[in-house]
Design a protein around this ligand. Structure first.
Ligand SMILES: [Zn+2]
Length: 90
């Protein structure tokens, strides 16, 4: 079991080493950016879980704009939900 884990770790490290931070493109970023936003708003370490997305957002202004817009939209929606929970349905 320990040996298996070590081998798995080596395999993972090798595959990570082969991937440059700019490996994902805008298409991939666009596909996962909503998950990235959800994780951030849930207080999870999105940048750690999805480092390639974070790296792409740092590099790509178009996707950063997309990310910001989505972040605001989801946040606003979450706040509205919260308000409704507090005040009840009108
Ligand atoms: Zn991009």
């Amino acid at each position: 079991m320990v040996v298996m884990e070590a081998q798995e770790m080596k395999r993972l490290l090798r595959s990570i080493a082969n991937i440059e931070p700019d490996e994902i493109g805008c298409d991939t970023c666009f596909e996962v950016v909503d998950r990235f936003v959800e994780m951030e708003l849930a207080g999870k370490e999105a940048a750690e879980a999805l480092p390639l997305v974070k790296a792409h957002l740092n590099r790509c202004e178009a996707c950063r704009e997309e990310y910001r817009a989505l972040y605001q939209a989801v946040k606003t929606m979450a706040e509205k939900d919260l308000e409704q929970d507090l005040t009840g349905p009108s």
